[in-house]
Design a protein around this ligand. Structure first.
Ligand code: FES
Length: 147
């Protein structure tokens, strides 16, 4: 049995401790906002926040995060007035939307540790892949959310 906290709720998983967090969230907790892209830690679609750090959940075994605090896109989505969400909407950033949950989780972790990031900070932090090529608008929106 593996225990930790997801979106401020205690969870217990009777799964193999080697199960990737991504699949525990999606299949056992029905938190499907966290997306599967590559399964190898490259694309960032599966990014969640673990203890304040943006982490690619496909690379994290649930047995390795006993007692941790996990936050998923569902927790952020509840608050539509979040400055990051407002900035993304105002800049019309989203195209197909598949990568957006992972990008939002990465960006919120960046803004928490750096309230005044430079354009270069944003470009270096947001390494998530987006096939629609939203990067210029995305960078502008994150800088807007920080201001
Ligand atoms: Fe986890 Fe691509 S699905 S990084």
């Amino acid at each position: 049995m593996t225990r930790f906290t997801v979106n401020n709720q205690p969870v217990q998983y009777r799964l193999d401790p080697a199960t990737p967090l991504l699949w525990a969230l999606r299949d056992a907790s029905n938190l499907t906002g966290t997306k599967y892209g590559c399964g190898s830690g490259d694309c960032g679609a599966c990014t969640v926040d673990i203890d304040g750090v943006a982490v690619r959940s496909c690379t994290v075994a649930i047995g390795s995060i006993e007692g941790a605090f996990v936050t998923t896109i569902e927790a952020l989505s509840r608050d539509r007035s979040h400055p990051l969400q407002q900035a993304l909407l105002a800049a019309n950033v989203v195209q197909c939307g598949y990568c957006i949950p992972g990008i939002v989780m990465t960006a919120q972790a960046l803004l928490r540790r750096n309230r005044n990031p430079s354009e270069d900070d944003v470009r270096r932090s947001i390494t998530n892949l987006c096939r629609c090529g939203i990067y210029p608008r995305l960078t502008d929106a994150i800088l807007q959310a920080a201001s």
